[in-house]
Design a protein around this ligand. Structure first.
Ligand code: TYC
Length: 104
């Protein structure tokens, strides 16, 4: 905001602001040889609100291609999802890996 002093009055002049959209982050699941397929499907349903069919497609993509995308979120939400997935997998003794990366 620019302030202009004018004969004792204060006039506030609007200033153009250039706002950038906050960066978004992709949450990715990585393949491994040990986490059961059914468990990965449950994770995708539980934390990424996918129905069973979509969750199965994503799980199979990760299984075949090594990696797959669970969704795109703001930084805080992506980071919470990664923590939740890893914590849930460790509670069940599975080595499932989940990471986030900036969505350019
Ligand atoms: N490759 C695992 C298996 O054959 C299944 C799997 C899928 C594991 C996706 C991790 O993110 C993953 N049991």
């Amino acid at each position: 905001m620019t302030t202009i002093q004018k004969q004792g009055e204060t006039v506030l002049e609007a200033q153009r602001t250039c706002l950038r959209r906050p960066p978004l982050y992709r949450v990715l699941l990585l393949n491994d040889d040990f986490t059961p397929m059914d468990f990965v499907v449950v994770v995708l349903q539980k934390y990424f609100a996918m129905d069973r069919g979509h969750a199965t497609q994503i799980m199979l993509q990760v299984h075949k291609e090594g990696m797959g995308m669970c969704g795109v979120f703001t930084k805080d939400v992506a980071s919470t999802k990664v923590e939740q997935v890893i914590s849930y997998a460790r509670q069940h003794q599975h080595p499932l890996a989940c990471v986030m990366e900036e969505n350019e």
